[in-house]
Design a protein. Structure first.
Length: 217
């Protein structure tokens, strides 16, 4: 059976700091383009750029993405517009792949190592390998576009955070650690009020069409 043409990523991961950032979901090509255009169309008008010029669009998207990475706590940046900037930058980066229906399923955006700095936008193929523990845990759900994320470079790093006491900044990894012995590489979760007023969490494990296990403790 021929593979379905892919013109959008399922997930864009922005690793702004070593272990923290965002995980943004896009459910369709229309959802992805809608997010990208929310940034691109006003930005092109503001910069008096030519929307039909691929190089100008690319420079504009990369510039605003770098501004966010340079000052992620800056005034004016919030979850939704960072999601739009990420979509625009990824669409411009993989314009040829979009046209060919070969957009990567998962895209990772990180800081470039070394003294030169900069940003790397790449295929996040390693997230399809599913090592049995989360590489990213995202506060949010796919239908709502995702949200803030915690990243783990190894099983040891995940287990160290998972076994720690939760706090206001980091609480979902601890819940996932206590619920599951084995997971796919990406787990999402949102607070969910219980019937008696108590607070629970709704978790979703994402396999992205690859073989993966989810095993309860």
């Amino acid at each position: 059976m021929a593979k379905r043409a892919r013109r959008h990523p399922d997930l864009i991961l922005l690793q702004v700091f070593e272990g923290d950032g965002f995980g943004f979901t896009y459910l369709s090509a229309e959802d992805f383009d809608y997010a990208a255009d929310h940034f691109m169309l006003p930005a092109v008008k503001y910069a008096a750029a030519d929307v039909s010029d691929p190089e100008q669009r690319r420079e504009l998207a990369y510039d605003f993405l770098w501004r966010y990475f340079a000052k992620p706590q800056g005034k004016g940046y919030f979850r939704e517009n960072v999601r739009w900037i990420a979509a625009a930058a990824v669409r411009e980066k993989f314009a040829a792949e979009v046209a060919d229906g070969k957009m990567p399923r998962i895209v990772v955006i990180t800081r470039k190592g070394g003294e030169g700095g900069g940003i790397v936008i790449r295929d996040g193929h390693e997230y399809l390998d599913h090592p049995g523990h989360p590489l990213a845990i995202i506060v949010g759900k796919p239908s709502a576009g995702g949200g803030s994320a915690h990243f783990f470079a190894s099983r040891e790093a995940y287990e160290q955070v998972g076994a720690s006491a939760p706090n206001q900044e980091v609480w979902l990894p601890q819940i996932v650690f206590r619920l599951y012995a084995v997971t796919p590489s990406v787990v999402m979760g949102i607070p969910k009020p219980g019937k008696k007023g108590d607070m629970g969490v709704e978790c979703m494990a994402l396999s992205f069409g690859a073989r993966a296990k989810l095993v309860d403790r």
